[in-house]
Design a protein around this ligand. Structure first.
Ligand code: HEM
Length: 75
């Protein structure tokens, strides 16, 4: 699998897990408990862990780009 093929998959996982963690997270924070706790407890931490791992993988797969664009040597 090429880096770009891996990124296509990781980016979809990143977007979906972001929505699954952030939308209920913000709803729960704003409403202070609109989502039953057992439902929130079974989705949020798992989605959060997947989101975090996908985030690190995304950065690792783009590490070259980050190095070139943020850490290029000044002449
Ligand atoms: C947009 C990002 C996030 C928002 C808005 C958010 C929001 C919240 C809120 C409001 C609670 C408290 C719920 C309650 O006690 O009623 C909570 C709990 C929690 N969050 Fe997040 N969260 C976010 C990201 C994450 C991530 C990335 C993780 C990583 C694993 C995570 C893991 C947890 C865990 C383990 C709890 C405790 C659940 C429990 O009470 O058993 N969250 N979050």
């Amino acid at each position: 699998m090429t880096r770009l093929q891996a990124l296509k998959i990781v980016n979809i996982i990143l977007a979906l897990s972001f929505f699954m963690v952030s939308i209920p997270g913000v709803i729960q924070f704003v409403t202070q408990g609109a989502i039953p706790y057992s439902t929130f407890r079974s989705i949020h931490p798992i989605a959060g862990t997947i989101f975090t791992l996908a985030g690190f993988t995304h950065v690792a797969l783009n590490y070259k780009w980050i190095k070139v664009n943020y850490f290029k040597k000044k002449k």
